[in-house]
Design a protein around this ligand. Sequence first.
Ligand SMILES: Cc1cc2nc3c(=O)[nH]c(=O)nc-3n(C[C@H](O)[C@H](O)[C@H](O)COP(=O)(O)O)c2cc1C
Length: 203
Amino acid sequence: MNRTAPRVALIIASTRTNRLADLVAPWVHAQLQARPDLEVDLIDIRETTALPFYDLPAAPAMARRHYTSAPERALGERLDAADGFVILTNEYNHGYSAGLKNVLDHYFAEFEHKPVAFIGYGNVGGSRAIEQLRQVVAELNMVSVRESVHILGIQFPAIREGGATAQAVFDTLHLRLTAMIDHLLWWARALAAARDDPANPVG
Ligand SMILES: Cc1cc2nc3c(=O)[nH]c(=O)nc-3n(C[C@H](O)[C@H](O)[C@H](O)COP(=O)(O)O)c2cc1C
């Protein structure tokens, strides 16, 4: 990490038209942008449709940054530049989005030895999707941050109403989001230093 402030990639997982994510992501993005101790990049899975359904000749864990198309390289370089990730996840049938899984499967070194934190929304705050994602990111050699943010289904109508009503919901989540980002940055700094340490046998 050659910067003083870690770079955090905010990943929007839902790919649906009229998704609730569009009403939540601006709040998360603004909260991240307001922090002087990080840089933020916004990665929208819906805009990664140039990435085909997984069809690579070799597993990314083995091939390591061997890109086979321009869109794959472009996204890979953005993921590589990140020191940590915040995934804003929807929950479909108690799981996370297929588009997100496709992106996670396409890369490995770009995610490895980096932290990831989750914001979920759904009937029980997207918690089932988040717990599944924790299993997946462990296989990518990532650290998943304990603290997470959950937006409940009963809060959806207030968010859809927008304005002060939505802001009132977001205000209740502010402290939790702050704690989550603080812990993400702890790991981002620690792991960036470890990645840069030539004494470590794996890069
Ligand atoms: C196919 C499908 C399956 C869903 N399954 C769940 C679910 O298992 N748990 C849940 O809390 N919400 C579920 N929902 C409701 C979603 O939480 C809700 O539609 C939410 O708006 C999805 O996020 P999005 O609008 O950003 O895509 C489901 C919605 C769809 C379309």
